[in-house]
Design a binder for this molecule. Structure first.
Ligand code: PMP
Length: 398
């Protein structure tokens, strides 16, 4: 019998499977709103000018590519700390944050998960219901039992905050709580600063371990505004984890640029934590790749390029907001009944449209509009050329 005779076929990734179906669809008017990618108004993946410029500088002064240190490019890690915590923050200046370069935001989550498993093998993990589809699988694969806390309130179109808080209030000490720092994927609904404070109070009083997943900083209200929750956690004086992704904010999806930061109680503790994070990295992939992190470090540390990046990111943010208001207007014009204000209350790339699975299947089969069966559509893939057709299709199935 062959070695692999008993290997079962794994299920297809639901979102990538949707893209395969989209690619095979001959409909010339098809629209892919299933992906988690920002496209410009011409439906193209943008190459940010700040990125192109940083790469030009790198090509003009070519360097040999040696191995990076296990924790990545030092200037990159420092720039990440500046962005996430503030370069002048007491924790950064005091050396209390251990930051490592990671292979995308996913890599940051995975390094954190593996480290936490060694730290507290008996811990449980709580993710939001619903959450980014990889959270459960990633923490399960790291060896944790994964449960969910209530998050989405379908009836009220928002966050089921009381239920969320109650669930956290019953979690055992040491439970790892994965929280979306901003632009919740998939619902688009975020909690308010006052609600964050209540979450922080519960996390602190019950001794939970907060893990902030920050994959969309700058896509909601602004870089500082979206990062404000980190300041609230800092003010509470608790230890916590932050994973960072630059996939979206730099449109560098394929370069796999991310980071993990762990806020510790002292510089000495951060040193020990860093040494353990390095073991996790060393035994997984030895050390990270150079190019993407070098681009991001160059942009973040060169004032002119940084200004360009902030403007380009603001442009992406503004275009998404424009698409949200345009979608509301066009759905209303198309006779869509009911309150649509939730579309502009949501933040970031996604919208839980409120459509059910049957309606999403009809959208796909009858109109070539591809969204996720949960009702999630990527607002960042709408543009002035496809939005009329999408609104008409949504109104037709609703
Ligand atoms: N967390 C969330 C909530 C995400 O939506 C994503 C990407 N879609 C990630 C993490 C992973 O980011 P990356 O692609 O940089 O690994």
């Amino acid at each position: 019998m062959s070695l692999f005779a008993k290997v079962e076929m794994a299920p297809r990734d639901p979102i990538l499977g949707l893209s395969e179906q989209f690619n095979a669809d001959p409909n010339p008017k098809k629209v892919n709103l299933g992906v988690g990618v920002y496209y410009d108004d011409n439906g193209k993946l943008p190459l940010l000018a700040c990125v192109a410029q940083a790469e030009k500088q790198m090509v003009e002064a070519p360097k040999a590519r040696g191995y990076l240190p296990i924790d990545g490019i030092a200037a990159y890690d420092k720039a990440v700390q500046g962005l996430v915590f503030g370069a002048d923050s007491e924790v950064v200046k005091g050396g209390r944050v251990a930051t490592v370069q990671a292979v995308g935001g996913t890599g940051g989550l995975k390094i954190g998960a593996d480290f936490l498993k060694r730290l507290n093998p008996a811990a449980k993990v709580l993710i939001s219901d619903p959450s980014w589809e990889n959270h459960r699988a990633l923490f399960t694969n790291a060896g944790f039992p994964v449960d969910a806390y209530p998050y989405y309130d379908a009836e009220r179109r928002g966050v089921a905050f009381d239920a969320m808080l109650a669930a956290l209030g019953q979690a055992d000490a040491g439970t790892i709580v994965v929280l979306h720092a901003c632009c919740h994927n998939p619902t688009g609904y975020d909690i308010t600063p006052a609600q964050w404070q209540q979450v922080i109070d519960v996390v602190k009083s019950r001794g939970l371990v907060p893990f902030l997943d920050m994959a969309y900083q700058g896509f909601g209200q602004g870089i500082a505004e979206d990062g404000a929750v980190v300041q609230q956690f800092l003010a509470a004086g608790i230890d916590f984890f932050v994973s960072t992704s630059f996939s979206k904010s730099f449109s560098l999806y394929g370069e796999r640029v991310g980071a993990l930061s762990v806020v510790c109680s002292s510089a000495e503790e951060a040193g020990r934590v860093l040494s353990q994070l390095k073991i996790v990295i060393r035994t997984n992939y030895s050390n990270p790749p150079t190019h993407g992190a070098q681009v991001v470090a160059t942009v973040l540390t060169t004032p002119e390029l940084r200004r360009m990046w902030e403007e380009e990111l603001a442009g992406m943010r503004a275009r998404i907001k424009l698409m949200r208001t345009a979608l509301v207007d066009k759905l209303t014009a198309a006779g869509f009944k009911g309150d649509l204000s939730y579309i502009t209350r949501q933040q970031g790339m996604f919208s839980y449209s409120g459509l059910n699975k049957d309606q999403m299947v009809r959208l796909r089969n009858e109109f070539g509009v591809y969204g996720v069966d949960s009702g999630r559509i990527c607002v960042a893939a709408l543009n002035s050329h496809n939005i009329d057709a999408v609104a008409a299709a949504m109104a037709a199935v609703a």
